[in-house]
Design a protein. Sequence first.
Length: 222
Amino acid sequence: MTTFDRAALDALPIAPGSTGAIRERAFAQFEALPVPSQETEEWRYTDLSDFSLDFVPHAPGHGDGAPPTDSDGLAASILQHNSSVVMTTSGQDLESRGVIFCDLDLASEKYPDLVDPHLHSLVPTDRTKFTALHGAFRTGGTFLYVPADVGVEMPLQTVTYLDADGAAVFPHTLLIAERGAEVTFIDRAAPCNLAADHFGSVVIMVKQGVQVPPRVESCARD
């Protein structure tokens, strides 16, 4: 039994841009694909026979009680609370330099020429049941685009804050850096609620000559 059914899919926020078609395709793949087996190389050390997909499929965020998103020392910061992007702060004028840093759903609507060729291209939704689940139920997420020969001196950061009991959250970061670009991106999950789970994905599309020193931070699970 799973809580990720048609009713849960239909209850998600309206999908912008190409997201609706991606959701439908990924959901069909999710229903058709088996749970990964230890007989495959990728999953041979993980026994999922007792794993139950009975999480809350979507937990709207509001930002209350979230960690502060002070822009000091950062070019910009995005806060995702549970399933929703709730705040974006900026310490620099990125737009005048052609840098785009925003909610992935917003980017799907405003910048389809940049997003559509790359969203789920490196890790396709039909790779496993879990990548299909991610593609079907993802909301929120981060989009970062850095044009050719543009350097962002200060780091950009996304913080994913989880506090919904029994929820599954599907943050997705798509970072596209053109030739000669330079950027530092920090992806943080803090603090974590041990009663929630995080099915996230960070996809970095880099062109030749790009300097992208990614840094990932997460909270410890005891």
